[in-house]
Design a protein around this ligand. Structure first.
Ligand code: NAD
Length: 395
């Protein structure tokens, strides 16, 4: 079939296997050039490894450090009516590239919140790798189903007061004001259950109990802070509460793992176009402005550049891992530079529907969004017939 993008709101319901594979190859080529100063991961588990930051972490660990990897994600293969999800094609491409490079890789497609998937992962690690010395928790999930069948949903809302600010309809380019009502207490608690640190800790518990955790393991989860203008809906909103919980979990895990030579960190990453970030009101407009400013200054990075820096300049740079006063690894250092933020703020005050194309990199945002699904990738013939049925593991 000939596969075209079908965008519905914050999601593209089709994905292109050839484009996805080329993008994975591009990231793998980037990762091959990474230089490690002091040690490197040998065997890595990445929870949420099929898209965004998790995918790039897996690629950096595998093709940069030569690590065997186990990836966990929730994706769907193609059916009669639909293409597979982008994360499925990404993971299939990852497996092909890993096999070509002689690198161990296995993937587990299922609900990471469940005990069953945790157990399956522990058994896979024990059987094939013995133990993992890098565990990355990069889940971005809209909901969590508990063992008793109850469901908690994560919401993106302010806390305490209604929030009004500019937002953009990425498809039409219309800039308007959005008004978001504050969350109820139950919604805050549910968002923390989904996106906080509880499940990360449950993963560490399961890996440790199953003997799959190397004594000197390094474990990471990802966070975001961002500028003041998104505080109400992000850092001081429901998702920010979850990130506070994640950061508190990192401290607790760090104390616990240090006893055997291990470490736990939260890494604060740059705001980028991913499936998750495009669903947050206000954030896509901020990211479009940020991209314009960072590209003009030659500071722009994507997920693979960020994850490359995370591994080579932070986690395995030799000596103490550099962190801020809160113990967090900061990869948002370039995004948060004063000159960058001052320029973004200036443009934020001016931006409207009639000047958004000039002031921001909306074109770049749209391009990155489509690329998440394998579209607008250089060198791909999108008029060609392709088979949407791609096996996750090559025969
Ligand atoms: P993403 O949407 O690109 O990827 C999410 C991953 O989680 C996918 O692999 C998906 O399959 C997996 N997943 C979702 N629900 C699952 C489930 N129930 N079981 C198994 N797998 C499941 O996400 P992202 O934007 O890369 O975010 C990853 C982390 O990075 C999040 O903690 C996010 O807050 C953080 N972060 C993101 C940004 C950003 O701008 N995107 C910035 C800083 C930090």
């Amino acid at each position: 079939m000939v596969i075209k993008p079908k965008v519905r709101g914050f999601i593209c319901t089709t994905a292109h296997p050839v484009g996805a594979a080329r993008e994975v190859q591009r990231q793998a080529d980037y990762a091959r050039r990474l230089l490690f100063a002091d040690g490197k991961p040998r065997a890595a588990l990445v929870v949420g490894s099929s898209m965004g930051y998790g995918l790039s972490t897996r690629i950096a660990a595998a093709f940069g450090a030569g690590a065997g990897t186990v990836g966990v994600f929730l994706e769907k293969p193609a059916s009669e009516k639909r293409t597979a999800t982008a994360g499925w094609y990404n993971s299939a491409a990852f497996h092909r590239a890993a096999a070509d490079a002689g690198l161990y890789a296995s993937s587990i497609d299922g609900d990471a919140f469940s005990d069953e998937i945790k157990q399956q992962t522990v058994e896979t690690i024990r059987r094939d790798l013995g133990q993992v010395d890098l565990v990355v928790y990069s889940l971005a999930a809209p909901r969590r189903t508990f063992a008793d069948g109850t469901v908690a949903k994560s919401v993106l809302k302010p806390i305490g007061a209604t929030y009004r600010n500019k937002t953009i309809d990425v498809e039409s380019g219309a800039v308007s004001e959005v008004s978001i009502e504050p969350a109820e207490e139950a919604e805050i608690a549910d968002t923390v259950k989904v996106m906080g640190g509880e499940d990360w800790e449950a993963w560490i518990d399961a890996l440790e109990a199953g003997g799959a955790l190397a004594p000197d393991v390094r474990t990471l989860a990802y966070s975001y802070i961002g500028p003041e203008l998104t505080y109400a809906v992000y850092r001081k909103g429901t998702i920010g509460r979850a990130k506070d919980h994640l950061e508190a979990t990192a401290k607790r895990l760090d104390e616990r793992l240090r006893a055997s030579g291990g470490r736990a960190f939260v890494s604060v990453n740059k705001g980028l176009v991913t499936q998750s970030s495009s669903a947050i009101p206000v954030v896509p407009l901020y990211i479009s402005l940020l991209f314009r400013v960072m590209k003009d200054k030659g500071l722009h990075e994507g997920t693979i550049e960020q994850m490359g820096r995370l591994l080579t300049d932070r986690l395995y740079a030799g000596g103490e891992v550099p962190t801020d006063e809160g113990g967090r690894i900061r990869l948002d250092d370039l995004e948060m530079r004063d000159d960058v933020q001052t320029e973004v703020e200036r443009r934020w005050r001016e931006v409207a529907s009639d000047n958004v194309e000039q002031l921001s990199d909306l074109a770049g945002y749209r391009h990155d969004f489509l690329q998440l699904f394998g579209f607008e990738v250089d060198g791909v013939d999108y008029a060609a017939d392709v088979d949407p049925n791609v096996p996750l593991i090559p025969a």
